[in-house]
Write a protein that binds this ligand. Structure first.
Ligand SMILES: Cc1cc2nc3c(=O)[nH]c(=O)nc-3n(C[C@H](O)[C@H](O)[C@H](O)COP(=O)(O)OP(=O)(O)OC[C@H]3O[C@@H](n4cnc5c(N)ncnc54)[C@H](O)[C@@H]3O)c2cc1C
Length: 539
């Protein structure tokens, strides 16, 4: 030891470092191929290396140095601008350039939605805050494409170019989009919206007056918003800049001081004679915007699956390098149980999310897949997003005290974890939607049953749980039981996805989640679980 040196630093894991998030993730590589996105493997692979390297490194500053609202310039003129850390812009540029927001529209061929889903999952692992504008941009396109006059907006998303300049949409190479539904008096119940849309003479233009209480990514070029027009709640496109370059008639009141999601700005906004163009029929706003919401909900599933994956990778890294009581943590029997259980959960979340991505991909060509996507999105959004906070907390605990300290990634992941469950329709809303689909939409129920039947005969625990399903469905008319039903269906769907994939995690998933019921804590798998192979498969 040198004079003045008090101790040697030993038994501390090396830095997590740059990772190839594609190469390290066998379950993802298999899922991309299985669900029909194999033709895009090179593109997804390239993003895996970028996301786990440069973007993960940049994300720390983009997260720590939060966006700032500047309401006025030095001369006192309103500018209603949000400033982001330069790393945020670089991240957006990389993501959009690689198709995280636009691939499905740039290359509208079979498998594109599956590949974009994989990109979205990878991106969330590196920088979840920017996933919000990316997913809204992606999801707005089918809604915009309904109106021929708005086709140039959709085309500029498909261009896969990030253009951060605050200019009118027509002057930009690429566009980003946001969404404004939630108001102070109602978020889940958007029918309570009070923002008024008054038709302007001659055409599809309206003037908005009112507010939105949550309005994320306010520097987007346009926003799909809901407002009360004469015939009822209507979907409208609100441009950030008017076509002549003047600012539109809205004011950013303040930014939300959020638990997490710090690199992303979420604002409160007021409309004062703001210009917007109608999208879809007047009075059919919810039916119009739901197409966007279905896609953002799928990204909530993918995001939470990505968050689990990153938390698991961090936990595995730590446990492989940290020694306790004479052994690496990863060799301690009880820690192996925890890690294997996390690995099963993460793979199940990914498998179901990618299966739903395939359904979204096939939906325009296959009515049954469209019906499956409709109901499985609600089931998966509820369950996967709900599992994320407990999962991240468990992964955090694998790091001991280090997992509670900001220099590790875990506090950031932990703050992010509850969000996907809250926005885009909170948990109860998803469960009520599952109930609605099952009781009122025969095609959705039939598609669900077909999918579950594909897993039959492959695992005795699965078959037992499937046999209990008719009873669960029969008692499922009451709203108070909707969570029970959604959970039952989610576990069956995850199991069916793993079984059809012939995943080595399938049997342990079925035994621990279907035979014994979902455990209250991770790490309570049966003693005969193949811990080593499950952990090894996780990378
Ligand atoms: C960081 C962040 C960013 C956001 N960004 C946006 C954005 O860009 N655009 C946007 O439009 N919104 C945005 N939101 C808003 C978000 O979508 C809403 O907060 C969410 O939909 C819930 O609405 P609410 O807050 O009004 O809660 P409420 O509607 O009051 O719901 C409160 C709780 O009651 C439950 N509930 C509601 N109805 C029922 C029922 N019938 N039975 C049982 N339980 C019920 C809900 O599930 C929820 O748990 C954002 C939210 C957050 C946190």
């Amino acid at each position: 030891m040198q004079p003045g040196q008090t101790h040697e630093v030993v038994n501390q894991p090396p830095p997590f470092g740059a990772r190839d998030l594609w190469r390290d993730d066998l379950a993802l590589r298999q899922a991309l191929e299985r669900e029909g996105g194999g033709a895009f493997a090179a593109q997804v692979a390239a993003y895996g290396a970028l996301a786990g390297g440069e973007l993960l490194a940049l994300s720390h500053d983009a997260h720590r140095d939060r966006p700032r609202l500047r309401t006025h310039d030095a001369a006192g003129r309103r500018i209603d601008t949000v400033e982001f850390h330069p790393h945020y812009h670089r991240t957006m540029e990389a993501a959009i350039g690689h198709g995280v927001a636009g691939l499905s529209w740039a290359r509208p061929e079979p498998g594109a939605h599956v590949a974009r889903a994989a990109l979205s999952y990878l991106h969330y692992q590196a920088e979840p805050g920017s996933s919000c504008p990316l997913t809204m941009t992606h999801a707005a396109v089918p809604v915009l494409a309904r109106e021929p006059a708005l086709r140039p907006w959709a085309d500029r998303v498909a261009a896969c170019r990030y253009d951060a300049r605050d200019l009118p949409a027509a002057d930009k190479h690429g566009l980003t989009l946001g969404m404004g539904m939630t108001e102070k008096q109602g978020g889940s119940d958007v029918r309570a919206n009070t923002t008024r849309a008054t038709p302007l003479p001659g055409g599809d233009a309206y003037e908005l007056r009112g507010h939105k209480w949550f309005f994320s990514a306010p520097m987007s070029d346009g926003f799909l918003v809901l407002a009360q027009a004469p015939a009822g709640l209507t979907c409208l496109l609100l441009p950030r800049r008017l076509p002549d370059g003047a600012p539109n008639g809205f004011r950013l009141m303040r930014l939300k001081d959020k638990l997490g999601d710090w690199s992303n700005a979420s604002s409160e906004i007021e409309f004062d004679a703001a210009l917007a163009w109608r999208v879809g029929e007047e009075g059919r706003g919810i039916a119009t915007i739901i197409e966007m919401v279905m896609l953002t909900r799928l990204d909530c599933m993918l995001g939470s699956a990505g968050l689990m994956r990153m938390a698991l990778s961090q936990a595995l890294h730590h446990c492989r390098h940290r020694h306790v009581f004479g052994k690496a943590l990863v060799e301690q029997p009880l820690m192996r149980n925890v890690l294997a259980d996390l690995a099963i959960e993460a793979e199940a979340a990914l498998a179901l999310s990618m299966r739903v991505a395939r359904a979204v991909d096939a939906a325009p060509r296959d009515a049954s897949e469209a019906a499956f996507a409709r109901v499985a999105t609600a089931i998966g959004k509820f369950w996967i997003c709900k599992r994320a906070p407990a999962f991240v907390n468990e992964a955090q605990e694998c790091l001991g005290g280090a997992g509670y300290v900001e220099e590790s990634l875990l506090p950031r992941l932990y703050r992010q974890a509850p969000l996907n469950s809250i926005w885009e329709g909170s948990g109860n809303i998803q469960c009520l939607d599952v109930l609605r689909a099952i009781s009122r939409e025969p095609a959705a129920l039939a598609a669900l049953q077909d999918e579950l039947a594909r897993g039959a005969g492959l695992d005795a625990d699965y078959d037992g749980a499937l046999a209990r399903l008719p009873g669960a469905l029969a008692g499922a008319r009451e709203e108070s039981r909707a969570r029970r039903l959604a959970m039952h269906l989610a576990l069956l769907l995850q199991a069916a996805a793993l079984l059809q994939a012939r995943s080595p995690a399938a049997a342990s998933f079925c035994a621990s989640r279907l035979r014994e019921g979902p455990p209250a804590v991770f790490g309570a798998l049966a003693g005969d679980t193949p811990f080593a192979s499950l952990i090894g498969r996780a990378g």
